[in-house]
Design a protein around this ligand. Structure first.
Ligand code: CA
Length: 227
């Protein structure tokens, strides 16, 4: 999503400037540091949503940088950029607090897709969310939903859609936002698939004796009702 903050820690000028350009033109707010010391400091100042961290830095081992950033902020998403693709390094990196790794040389499009996926995964709510009446609950990490304590079987997109609506419960979420957040694409064509999934979701979460939990605002979007 545009405006999300990315901290790039990379000492290679060529790779760094290429990444900076690509990330900025995608709409991210990017800060680039060229060594571990400044990377750790910037993670504290800049409060990034995601850190793209080169493991081979001139001053501090990238794994130690990873640990230091993770220690200071347990919610930041750290993606390692590494020329070392030995299994052990990757395991150690993931242990040090990284959530993903990309080996050099990489394809720019793939790197951008991985960043987008990691940021989307980290989008709040990260823990359980309940609606105002508390009879519908979801756990976004476990990807499970319950209605009055009973598990509801939702397909992947139905779950994503419900989670997205619930994240802004009581507010209208536009069709465009739902298409881009749930389907992860800029949608220029028909959004019938959205209506189809809303209908399927209503069948699973609505009870017959009440109005739908999801209101339609024709031509605008949908709202998860809080009462
Ligand atoms: Ca390097």
């Amino acid at each position: 999503m545009p405006g999300e903050r990315i901290l790039l820690v990379e000492d290679d000028e060529r790779i760094g400037s290429t990444l900076l350009r690509a990330l900025e033109s995608t709409g991210y707010d990017v800060r680039w540091e060229r060594n571990g010391t400044e990377g750790i400091a910037a993670a504290g100042d800049h409060r990034p949503d995601l850190v793209l961290l080169d493991l081979g830095l001139p001053d501090i081992d990238g794994l130690d940088v990873c640990r230091a950033i993770r220690l200071a902020d347990d919610s930041v998403v750290i993606v390692m950029l590494t020329a070392r693709d030995e299994e052990l390094d990757i395991v150690v990196g993931l242990d040090a607090g990284a959530v993903d790794y990309i080996t050099k040389p990489f394809k720019l499009a793939e790197l951008l897709a991985r960043i987008r996926a990691q940021l989307r995964r980290a989008t709040p709510p990260r823990a359980s969310t309940a609606d105002a009446t508390g009879d519908l609950m979801i756990d976004t990490e476990a990807r499970r939903a319950w209605l009055n304590g009973t598990v509801i079987e939702l397909r992947a997109k139905e779950f994503d859609l419900l989670a997205r609506l619930l994240a802004d419960a009581g507010k209208v979420v536009s069709r465009e936002t739902l298409m881009s957040d749930v389907w992860d694409e800029h949608w220029f064509g028909s959004t019938k698939t959205l209506d189809f999934h809303i209908a399927a979701l209503r069948k699973k979460i609505d009870t017959d004796d009440q109005a739908s939990r999801i209101s339609t605002l024709r031509g605008v979007g949908f709202r998860y009702e809080t009462s």
